[in-house]
Design a protein around this ligand. Structure first.
Ligand code: PMP
Length: 415
């Protein structure tokens, strides 16, 4: 761990020490987190002198702060094509919190079944596992499922309550046919909850047209800072019951005998909210929405560049599909070299930042690696015994529209 930066800022770049010299830092970890864009930095700087308590103060700054907070909700609803008459936007900390909130708010019981998929990040698996039974749509050897598999799971499950599905995988960048999957669930009266953490930064999502009921995503994956994500959902889901987080601001009246909860969205907004985070997220959303096509073109070129570069590396095994529509994300193993050593070598030898490990999607990763049941049991035994250097895993490189194509060339040379 380094408590001071291991490099220095040079214009928009970061330079890091590599083998006695310095190199431009090559950030190939956009699927984990993105740095703040200039537009977001400006929006935050402009707002910092003005933020104040929202919804409580009568003063000018409070009024302005409250208006900006409500405006951020409207921006988020517009950004995902949700109807403000039926939907509300909340600002949980991130996708993880958003999915915990919705899983809690649906008041599921142990008898309820949630249909989900083997592709899910733990954020879209563990909250459902806590509250209900799971019916998991499996993946094939390439790590994908088709719409028919989801339809079969929905039809084989007696009265499923929810379909919890990812918009795109954080390991392989593969994106399921969301409109088709969502339509199938909708037709069967099943609520469609989408983990949009990876999809939303890269593709437009329109709730009203797509059959998606609930969408969660994180600001820090779309060039806003940590601490504010979004949960967009039908107002009716929040109309009854206790909120996930209880406290001030979520109520109309409190006595020891009775609590009268506020209407949505205030009911689910207990405590002082992250107004600066909401303003930053809204600025990031507007910036993305204004420039989707250019970004898509750049990202598709990066997908091709990754495919080409990685195909030339001896002993490299790609995980997940290498054709069709994908985000600019690629996961792989190198024969005979532990994933941790590959990642460290890229960082120390070339100034390249990637991620390695299991990517918070253990069931999917074990399927992609083709681990047997015995190997999965060994994985758990090693994890239980803190033998982390033995754990299975892979290396992931991930880009977005701000990634330079030259970075992929550097990666190819390094590998
Ligand atoms: N879902 C997916 C697909 C993700 O990639 C991530 C982030 N790795 C999450 C959920 C969780 O996001 P956060 O850490 O912002 O809660």
């Amino acid at each position: 761990a380094a408590s001071r930066p291991l490099g220095r800022l040079v214009g928009d770049d970061v330079e890091v020490p590599v083998g006695g010299a310095t190199r431009r830092y090559v950030d190939l970890d956009a699927a984990a987190t993105t740095s703040a864009s200039a537009a977001v930095v400006r929006a935050v700087q402009d707002f910092l002198p003005w933020y104040s308590s929202v919804h409580r103060g009568a003063g000018a700054k409070s009024r302005y702060s409250s208006a900006r907070y409500e405006e951020a909700r409207e921006t988020v609803l517009r950004f995902v094509g949700a109807d403000p008459a039926t939907h509300v936007a909340l600002f949980p900390r991130n996708t993880t919190e958003a999915l915990n909130v919705v899983a809690f708010r649906l008041a599921l019981t142990r008898g309820d079944v949630v249909v989900t998929t083997a592709v899910e990040h733990h954020a879209n698996l563990l909250p459902w596992r806590r509250h209900a039974q799971l019916r998991v749509v499996d993946v094939d050897r390439r790590g994908v499922f088709d719409v028919a598999a989801v339809v079969a799971a929905l039809d084989e499950t007696p009265r499923p309550r929810v379909l919890a599905v990812t918009g795109a995988s954080n390991i392989t960048g593969w994106a399921p046919d969301l409109p088709a999957v969502a339509a199938a669930a909708r037709e069967r009266g099943v609520l469609v909850v989408v983990d949009g953490a990876q999809l939303v930064p890269h593709r437009p999502v329109t709730l009203a047209a797509s059959g998606i009921d609930v969408l969660a995503f994180s600001g820090h994956k779309m060039h806003a800072p940590f601490g504010a994500g979004a949960l967009v959902l039908p107002r009716r889901l929040l109309a009854d019951g206790e909120p996930f987080l209880v406290g001030g601001g979520a109520v109309r009246a409190v006595s020891y005998e009775e609590v009268l909860w506020a209407d949505p969205p205030d009911r689910d907004d207990a405590g002082s909210p992250n107004v600066v985070g909401a303003v930053a997220l809204a600025a990031a959303a507007e910036e993305l929405a204004a420039d989707r096509e250019t970004r898509r073109g750049r990202e598709d070129a990066l997908v091709r560049a990754l495919d080409d570069e990685l195909a030339t590396v001896p002993g490299l095994r790609r995980l997940g599909p290498t054709s069709g529509d994908r985000l600019p994300v690629a996961a792989f193993t190198l024969d005979g070299v532990p994933h941790g050593r590959v990642a460290t070598w890229l960082a120390d030898g070339y100034g390249i930042g990637v991620r390695n490990g299991c990517f918070c999607a253990h069931p999917y990763l074990t399927r992609l690696l083709g681990l047997s049941d015995d190997e999965v049991r060994r994985f758990h035994a090693d994890a239980r015994a803190d033998r982390y250097d033995l754990l299975p895993g892979a290396v992931r490189v991930s880009c977005d529209a701000t990634t330079s194509p030259a970075d992929i060339t550097v990666l190819g040379e390094a590998l």
